[in-house]
Ligand binder design. Sequence first.
Ligand code: ZN
Ligand code: ZN
Ligand code: ZN
Ligand code: ZN
Ligand code: ZN
Length: 199
Amino acid sequence: MAPTITSDLVKTTCAHCEREIPTSNIDLHYVHCSRNLQKCTICGDMVPTKLADEHYRESHAPIDCSLCGEAIEREAWTVHKGERCQQRMVTCEYCEFPLPAVDLLNHQEICGNRTEYCQICNKYVRLREQIAHENQFHSNWNGTAESSSDAQPIEREEDAHRRQPQNSPKRQILFTIAVTGIAVLIGSIFLQQGKEPEQ
Ligand SMILES: [Zn+2]
Ligand SMILES: [Zn+2]
Ligand SMILES: [Zn+2]
Ligand SMILES: [Zn+2]
Ligand SMILES: [Zn+2]
């Protein structure tokens, strides 16, 4: 028995959008397609002719950076926003003050030259040399608030995590629940054993 081929399964390629269209609809499709759709020269998508400008603006036009005013190609936008734009806000690594990237070098030049008193060495240490100073002279030092090194707060946080479980009230409650549970279990076993001879 030969399968009946319905007209829907026979397809023709539309000369305009290059999609496979059921042959029975192709004439109608082609009229509509060539009148209303056009191929985007950049991404190749078929876009309604009326919306072609909008499509270009939203998908392909360079983005005007609101910070520096430059028109940035889309492919470069993420990099521009994150690390290239001279007006993007960055933070001084010494005083943590936010400022435009274009001013960072000059600011850090001055800011890093400020000194802070090291109570262990009894001398002033330049902020820009502080991390190296701590690594060199105080690598085991559990510093107080003086340190501006990035590594210190993380270490302290880890210490806090490590200490937590012993004093944690949550853990004590869990322990109490466990002990109570075992006691009840043992109790019920004894009770059952006690009852058994009567039955
Ligand atoms: Zn078409
Ligand atoms: Zn496009
Ligand atoms: Zn910019
Ligand atoms: Zn600073
Ligand atoms: Zn020191």
